[in-house]
Design a protein around this ligand. Structure first.
Ligand code: EPZ
Length: 416
């Protein structure tokens, strides 16, 4: 099993390119199921989760071709509208095939994703929305079985803001008979990226990016070419890495447009941040000031950046309170950061972090994607060597992370 060895102390400097967004690419690739024509995506990140989803789509009968960061999918025939537990348990976002399969083939058999390190991750809202659109949905032996000869437009109010729930239901509505209104919709930029692609395929969607999305169903969709938006969480992760090392970096092929809440916190911590058209430039102070935060749905502070800021606060001046309001168990990184010498007190969904002068390198273990990122950030600034185990979590969501960090001057190497 691969490990990451980091020698702390290097000040990050220079520039790297940000990859396409994992959390935009996953729903977008599933949208190709909605048409029998070819759909081409560019700026597709080379990630384990993407490879896993492409394998699942190919198993369903979708023709898949990949050239570098360009992927072309054609679902002429869907011979096997099934997503097995073996696959879904490794990549829960596979639930995003559920609605496109019902909309296109009239049926789907998709394994319940089950929980993961950060929480139970139920999909009841996905199911509730499909039922509102007239589908017959049963959960049997761990699988969601959904059937509908033709979905009907409906008014859907999700009990909470759900990103993939909004995406799944928007894809179902695109081919439904009549108008669907999704209220309490997620406003994340990845939802907007998906809506833009669906409209390019012939869908009639308005309101994406607001909490009310209206979809006028159409009889069929056609192919298109779509460039995947930059990964705002990868962007934020490298900004934090540069910030904790007192560094100065430029991140290319990205945009500050979707990171206002994160950039505000970095500036509160003492960083200078310049937003350019397709780049962000950050210059960090010698020592950061601790910043309190509370995670909430977009456009507020993203839960996917919480772990990274816990690492940042671990070495900042002062104390900060971190509140996690989205997931019930997203502090797994705290105990690992404590192994590096961080002063963190957990109380329910709150963490009080008091910055220390120096962290000490140690052997630690990754538990989930963003927790791994926080351990990398801590290792970059810790004294001595940090060895991070189970870095397959990192490979799910960060393309060429070790290469990009080395390009910025970090001392990072992958060992088995
Ligand atoms: C998406 O997960 C992202 N994944 C997550 O990123 C991200 O953390 C999350 O949104 C929140 O922003 C992808 O886009 C592939 P939710 P998702 O449905 O859609 C509860 C990463 O690190 N809920 O918005 O699964 C749920 O338990 C990953 O890249 C229900 O109760 O999250 C959670 O508490 C981690 N029932 C809250 O809502 C449902 O049917 C928000 O979940 C759906 C969700």
């Amino acid at each position: 099993m691969d490990k990451l060895l980091i020698k702390g102390g290097a000040r990050l400097a220079g520039e790297i390119a940000i990859s396409g967004a994992k959390n935009a690419a996953l729903p977008l690739l599933c949208a190709a199921l909605l048409t029998d024509e070819a759909v081409t995506f560019t700026n597709v990140p080379q990630l384990k989760d993407i490879a896993t989803l492409l394998r699942l789509l190919a198993d369903m009968g979708v023709q898949v071709s990949r050239e570098g960061d360009t992927v072309t999918l054609q679902a002429r025939e869907i011979s096997n509208p099934v997503a097995s537990y073996e696959l879904v348990k490794t990549m829960r976002a596979a639930i995003l095939v559920l609605c496109p399969l019902v909309a296109r083939c009239g049926e789907a058999r998709v394994s319940l994703p089950g929980g993961c390190a950060i929480g139970a991750r139920p999909v009841d809202q996905h199911i509730k929305g499909l039922q509102a659109m007239g589908a017959e949905v049963n959960v049997d032996h761990g699988y969601v079985l959904a059937k509908s000869p033709r979905l009907k437009g409906a008014r859907i109010f999700t009990d909470m803001v759900t990103v993939t729930g909004t995406e799944n239901l928007m894809m179902a509505a695109a081919l439904a008979d009549g108008v669907t209104v999704i209220e309490n919709a997620a406003r994340e930029p990845e939802v907007v990226d998906l809506a833009n692609c669906l409209v390019a395929m012939g869908a009639q969607i308005s309101g994406a990016g607001t909490d009310v999305i209206r979809v006028q169903g159409v009889a069929r969709l056609h192919g298109c070419t779509h460039r995947i938006m930059p990964d705002r969480i990868e962007t934020g992760t490298y900004l934090c890495a540069a910030a904790v090392t007192g560094g100065e970096v430029r991140l290319n092929n990205t945009s500050s447009a979707y990171l206002d809440a994160v950039i505000d916190k970095l500036m509160d911590a003492g960083c200078e941040v310049q937003a350019e058209r397709h780049a962000i430039h950050l210059k960090a102070p010698a020592r950061l000031k601790a910043v309190s935060l509370r995670t909430s749905p977009y456009p507020a502070f993203p839960t996917d950046m919480q772990a990274q800021f816990m690492a940042l606060n671990s070495v900042a001046e002062g104390s900060a309170m971190i509140r996690e309001t989205i997931f019930e168990n997203r502090f797994m990184h705290a105990v690992e950061l404590q192994r590096l010498g961080a002063d963190i007190k957990i109380d329910g969904n709150s963490a009080l972090v008091t910055g220390v002068e120096k962290l000490q390198g140690a052997a630690v273990m990754a538990t989930d994607l963003r927790a791994s990122a926080s351990l990398v950030i801590a290792g970059l600034v810790a004294e001595g060597e940090t060895l991070i185990d189970r870095i397959y979590h990192l490979d799910r969501g960060y393309e060429k992370l070790d290469e990009k960090l080395v390009a910025l001057g970090a001392s990072v190497s992958r060992t088995s």
